[in-house]
Design a protein around this ligand. Structure first.
Ligand code: SF4
Length: 301
């Protein structure tokens, strides 16, 4: 028999799920619009690994598709890489019930990785590369002109710090890019979504998640270090992650030091950088002026 407490609890969980869904929808909608990720008539191949991020991406994309002012197709694709213990029935069952067109591509990249990478070394980099290559090729085969990947805001920030700390580059995962061979357009509709929200929504929806590390490999150690650093900052300085992500969307090339990105050599007097150095230059609207002052404070730190 269902008690009043059970019903109350179920109601609370449903409200939380709806709230999270609304937020994820809004963030995905904004990302799609800002970067013009999906256009009329697109065929979007949604890469479904079985992890929480890709389940959420497919769910929210399908949700948006119902109310979108444009027509586009979604096709879910999973690459079965033949890792030992991969439960191959889970995704076909889930996708059939969902009623979305899908393909399961079978390619034994696991054996390739095992035969090439020395014992004890992390296999994820090569595994991901082979997965990407296979998926890109398959997109062409099925005539998909967009490939949707489930990376989110935290992945983008982690990659940014990885490249800065270990690669000496200010570079991350862009929300939209053309693959190296120029043949595929990759989009990341969850670019604005927080991992915390994705994880909470996936749990509430009870998606049949398949762990990636069934193969026994460890995530790249450097990425783990960055992840822990960011999680630590999130606890000690709430809001810092949001501000850091905003900074990736608000770059001022004239105030960095890349001579290829900004023409420092031919810089002339009178050039306007778009950054005020004097209170006289503040905008007249009070709210805009306060925002600008906050920016000056930060800039002069
Ligand atoms: S954990 Fe295993 S399956 Fe996942 S990316 Fe790494 S090597 Fe590939």
């Amino acid at each position: 028999m269902t008690s009043v407490t059970d019903t109350e609890e179920a109601r609370k969980l449903k409200t939380r799920q709806n709230k999270l869904q609304k937020r994820l929808r809004r963030e995905m909608g904004q990302a799609i619009e800002t970067f013009n990720m999906i256009e009329e008539g697109d065929k979007v191949m949604v890469c479904l690994s079985g992890g929480k991020d890709s389940f959420v991406m497919l769910d929210i994309l399908m949700n948006l598709q119902k109310s979108a002012p444009i027509q586009f197709e979604l096709v879910a694709v999973n690459l079965d890489q033949k890792q030992p213990g991969f439960p191959e029935h889970v995704l076909p069952e889930y996708l059939t019930e969902l009623g979305v067109p899908f393909h399961i591509v079978e390619r034994d990249t696991y054996s390739v990785v095992k035969s090439v990478v020395p014992e004890g070394k992390t296999t994820c980099a090569l595994c991901s590369r082979l997965r990407r290559g296979t998926l890109y090729g398959f997109a062409e085969q099925i005539g998909a002109n967009k490939i949707a990947l489930g990376h989110h805001r935290d992945d983008i920030l982690e990659t940014f710090f990885l490249n800065m700390f270990y690669g000496g580059k200010l570079k991350s995962m862009p929300p939209k890019l053309v693959s190296d061979d120029g043949k595929n357009m990759v989009i990341r509709p969850l670019a604005y979504a927080r991992e915390k929200d994705i994880a909470a929504y996936a749990e509430l929806r009870g998606f049949p998640i398949i762990p990636c590390n069934l193969c026994g490999s460890q995530e790249n150690l450097q990425r783990q270090v960055i992840k822990e650093m960011l999680q630590g900052w999130d606890k000690t300085h709430p809001g810092r992650i949001e501000t850091m992500f905003r900074s990736l969307c608000n770059v001022v090339p004239s105030h960095l030091a890349d001579a290829e990105l900004f023409d420092f050599k031919n810089l002339q007097l009178g050039y306007a950088h778009g950054i005020v150095d004097d209170e006289d230059d503040l905008p007249s609207h009070p709210k805009a002026a306060v925002q600008m002052m906050e920016r000056i404070d930060i800039l002069s730190l």
